[in-house]
Write a protein that binds this ligand. Structure first.
Ligand SMILES: [Zn+2]
Length: 212
């Protein structure tokens, strides 16, 4: 390589590095089942996985409270059993439920973790995956703040891919082929994440995260 070529090459490298979003330059880390860079809101709605069960399925959900409305912090309140039932009439229909997910990804990509990925969160309900019932025993549940027919945000796709890549690194029994929507494991009861979730687009993001 001539000197001038080398200079051009170095300069190009610097430019492409400076264009990268600093947030994208390092991967997400998990420690003791907790994402090190997610907000933690520890829910009481969890228990231990049965002996010998480790995560081997990732379940993608959506939730919005009240349905179709975003923001407000009601999802956190719901998973923490402190929903103010006077805030919306819909809330009285769900106040008795004790549920949780491991992680919520909000519209802007902010992440809130409620349960350690090592523990059993209560997100799937009656469910079956490839002949195995009770998916909560062996799955991780991620909620996207959203609704079946409202497009998810770019930030949500990016963040979901980053978290999934981190989970694939952390849990050897989990592979990129073992990702399902809630509707797939509970088809009689559930429709989320709905037609709005673009599986192909998510896969593209995930491939980049896994190979990057
Ligand atoms: Zn769901």
């Amino acid at each position: 390589m001539t000197q001038i070529n080398e200079m051009v090459e170095n300069n190009n490298q610097k430019q492409s590095m400076s264009k990268q979003n600093p947030d994208q330059m390092h991967k997400l880390a998990i420690s003791d089942g907790w994402l090190t860079r997610a907000e933690q809101c520890r829910s009481a709605n969890f228990n231990q996985r049965p002996p010998g069960q480790t995560p081997r399925l990732l379940v993608i959900h959506n939730i919005s409270l009240p349905p179709g409305k975003f923001g407000g912090g009601y999802i956190q309140d719901f998973f923490l059993n402190r929903l103010d039932t006077t805030a919306d009439p819909y809330f009285t229909t769900i106040e008795a439920l004790q549920v949780s997910a491991h992680l919520l990804i909000e519209r802007g990509g902010q992440m809130v973790q409620f349960v350690s990925f090592d523990q059993r969160a209560w997100h799937a309900g009656q469910s079956s995956y490839r002949g195995c019932d009770n998916c909560n025993d062996f799955s991780i549940g991620i909620e996207l703040e959203g609704a079946d027919d409202i497009p998810y945000t770019e930030q949500q796709y990016q963040q979901l891919a980053r978290v999934t890549a981190a989970l694939l690194r952390y849990y050897p029994d989990l592979t990129a082929e073992q990702i399902a929507g809630h509707a797939e494991i509970a088809p009689q009861r559930k429709t989320d994440p709905g037609a709005a979730f673009n599986w192909r687009y998510f896969s593209q993001h995930l491939r980049k995260e896994v190979s990057g």
